[in-house]
Design a protein around this ligand. Structure first.
Ligand code: CP
Length: 348
């Protein structure tokens, strides 16, 4: 009997397990492991959408641990793989030439772990929330699966974010603000979901500032509320985007699409944008807060230059920590020596 670990959703991890992974990432930042713990292992990182940080951090992490990273543009045609189908029972007379039901186990015959980036389609939240491609990977894979950002979460980003906060403060009891920010597109909710899940698992007091109609998914909010209750933190949701900054230790900015008007871009009204953009005046209301963003970021739409280039910003360290987080996740999934407890699935 074999056991299979995945790293796809924070909800699969207890706060203690997640904090242990962050400890491992911080340790890996200080000291490289001896030898080549992933020697002889190939890892396939599959991207259905663009990436800079996720792709490069995974490739460098795998190579630096002695593994062989392979990056695939999944379903891109041209230089990528065949177009992929994820729905069971579909009549494949469209663009998709291959079903994930074959592709995923085939990749598993070559590779020791699979990563997948699969953004939501942006037409129906109910359909996107089911995460058809990631669900197919979990269902058909015989090797561990890593979520490289799906419709509902970006756990690798959240792990790097926690490391970035821990490098500067003990998170427990500190004040964390997730602020919605303007954008030209309706962006996925993966990063904001994972950011507030992470902060609540770390025992922080979580405030979410968002315009009316931009609430996060109720299931995520329930998990965050439960985490806060268990970890001793608080949870508040507000549309008072100015007062929300008062006394914060961390300001995490991110745009996301509205569930009420799913797939529709936010208003481009200049006053609305000015109200929600992160500015020095807002940051000065905080308790010398860190400014965090997962990147890529649109300057002077999401955040003013003076914040991104100012003393608050830790976004480059945040990006670097993607590498150390990726190493911790790979070792957790692929070595027996990992000290982190692991959710496991039994394969018979
Ligand atoms: N933060 C993040 O996931 O960056 P990429 O989209 O560039 O991978």
């Amino acid at each position: 009997m074999q056991t299979l670990r995945h790293f796809t959703h924070l909800k699969d991890f207890s706060p203690a397990e997640f904090l242990a992974l962050a400890d491992a990432a911080r340790a890996l930042k200080k000291t490289s492991p001896k030898g080549a713990p992933l020697a002889g292992k190939s890892l396939a990182f599959c991207f259905m959408n663009p990436s800079l940080r996720t792709q490069v951090s995974c490739e460098v992490a795998a190579a630096s641990l002695g593994g062989h990273p392979i990056t695939l543009s999944l379903g891109a045609g041209g230089g990528g793989t065949w177009g992929m189908e994820s729905v069971e029972g579909s009549v494949m007379d469209g663009a998709a030439a291959e079903h994930l039901k074959e592709a995923v186990p085939v990749l598993g015959r070559f590779c020791a772990a699979l990563g997948l980036r699969s953004f939501p389609a942006g037409k129906s939240w109910d359909e996107d929330k089911a995460e058809p491609a990631l669900t197919a990977f979990r269902k058909y894979s015989t090797v561990p699966v890593i979520n490289l950002e799906s419709a509902s979460g970006h756990p690798c980003q959240a792990l790097a974010d926690l490391v970035t906060i821990q490098e500067r403060m003990k998170p427990r009891g500190k004040n964390f603000l997730l602020t919605w920010a303007p954008h030209v597109k309706a962006l996925p909710m993966a990063v904001p979901n994972s950011a507030v899940e992470m902060a609540s698992m770390a025992g922080m007091n979580v405030t979410i500032a968002r315009p009316e109609g931009y609430d996060l998914d109720p299931e995520v909010m329930k998990r965050v509320a439960d985490n806060c209750a268990r970890q001793g933190g608080t949870l508040n949701v507000t549309d008072d985007v100015t007062a929300a900054y008062d006394g914060r230790h961390v300001v995490y900015a991110k745009s996301w699409g509205s569930l009420r008007n799913y797939g529709k871009p936010p208003s481009a009204d200049a006053d609305f944008r000015a109200k929600w953009m992160v500015t020095p005046a807002k940051m000065k209301r905080t308790d010398s807060a860190l400014f965090m963003h997962c990147l890529p970021v649109r300057r002077n739409v999401v955040v003013a230059d003076a914040v991104l280039d100012g003393p608050w910003s830790v976004v480059i360290d945040q990006a670097e920590n993607r590498l150390h987080a990726a190493k911790a996740v790979l070792l957790h999934l692929l070595t027996q020596t990992s000290k982190t407890a692991a959710p496991r699935r039994t394969i018979r």
